[in-house]
Design a protein around this ligand. Structure first.
Ligand SMILES: Nc1ncnc2c1ncn2[C@@H]1O[C@H](COP(=O)(O)OP(=O)(O)O)[C@@H](O)[C@H]1O
Ligand SMILES: [Mg+2]
Length: 303
């Protein structure tokens, strides 16, 4: 019997795809690397789609490593492919719903809040007057606000503001305001947060990220350290992953001044190079095992 073949979607395949391909190979699984943007919806085909590398056959599973930015129409087409694969009983890792719940930071905040999990107070709206009124009310309470792009990642485009003059200088990306209370560091001037990698309900690796700057992303130059995590942190990360219906996620936690932890972000297409460098644990091994468990027998589709 030929080895099972899965597909990994990304717009640029680099170190992470290579790690996955190697880890999967050790389990006897072949991975085809392609881009969701290169797939074609084609009703002439029995599957209704053309996925590069799969002629009239469905992959045994699909892993989403990245979706390039695009127009609403382009993203819609790419999500159509993911939704259809799932409807054809191909395991999609992470599922389209998890991606939708996490790419949009407001949706993540809502899911976390409604699941009763600790997450900073957040406001999101389109109307700049409403946003300004919210900022005014919070500044009166001496709260600082963090404004983030709704679809932001890697700490890009985030601003911290404490006055209306600063608010008026902000150009909200896509005219969408996503504003969050600024969580003062647990230790003054010592910025740190934690990234926990959750896979199938277990934390497989964790690191702390420390910086001289309040934005502590690895991509923004923060230093990463291996760390132990408390049961409270572990449970919070696992529940946050469940709250967005993700099979795996990189969860960002920050410590509040009262010592408790709160969820900043749940990333359903997390990178793990920084985590690997800090801990020596390669999440690719665990992700490959999780994928292997899900693989369905490849099916040939005929009309
Ligand atoms: N509300 C906040 N209070 C304090 N620091 C924050 C807050 N939100 C974000 N940060 C800092 O900015 C970083 C990036 O924020 P995050 O919400 O994870 O967005 P991104 O998707 O860009 O990683 C966090 O890791 C943290 O260091
Ligand atoms: Mg983050």
């Amino acid at each position: 019997m030929s080895s099972p073949t899965i597909v990994i979607f990304n717009d640029t395949h680099g170190w992470h795809s290579e790690q996955l391909v190697n880890a999967l190979q050790l389990l006897g699984i072949t991975a085809v690397l392609t881009d969701l943007a290169d797939c074609v919806i084609d009703l002439d085909s029995p599957t209704g789609m053309f996925i590069p590398g799969f002629e009239n056959q469905l992959p045994g599973a699909a892993m989403v490593r990245g979706i390039a930015p695009g127009s609403l129409e382009q993203i819609t087409l790419r999500m159509d492919i993911l939704h259809t694969l799932a409807e054809l009983n191909v395991p999609v890792f992470n599922p389209a719903s998890a991606i939708e719940h996490t790419v949009d930071k407001a949706r993540t905040s809502l899911r976390l809040h409604l699941a009763g999990l600790n997450t900073p107070k957040t406001w999101a709206c389109e109307n700049s007057k409403h946003a300004r009124d919210i900022a005014t009310a919070q500044f009166k309470k001496n709260m600082m606000l963090v404004i983030k792009p709704l679809f932001g990642c890697m700490g890009k485009g985030i601003e911290k503001i404490s006055t209306l003059e600063q608010f008026d200088q902000i150009q909200a990306v896509g005219d969408a305001f996503y504003m969050q209370e600024y969580i003062e560091p647990f230790e003054p001037e010592h910025w740190q947060d934690w990234r926990l990698m959750v896979i199938d309900g277990q934390v497989c690796a964790a690191m702390s990220r420390r910086s001289q700057h309040w934005i502590t992303n690895f991509a923004q130059g923060a230093e990463c350290f291996t760390t132990t995590v408390t049961p409270e942190m572990e449970q919070l990360a696992i529940k946050a992953t469940q709250a967005v219906q993700a099979d795996y996620a990189g969860v960002d936690l920050i410590r509040q001044q009262d010592g408790s932890y709160t969820v900043l972000e749940v990333n359903s297409v997390p990178a793990w190079k920084g985590l690997y460098q800090a801990t020596g644990i390669n999440a690719a091994t665990y992700l490959a095992q999780a994928l292997a468990k899900r693989i369905t027998t490849p099916r040939t589709m005929t009309c």
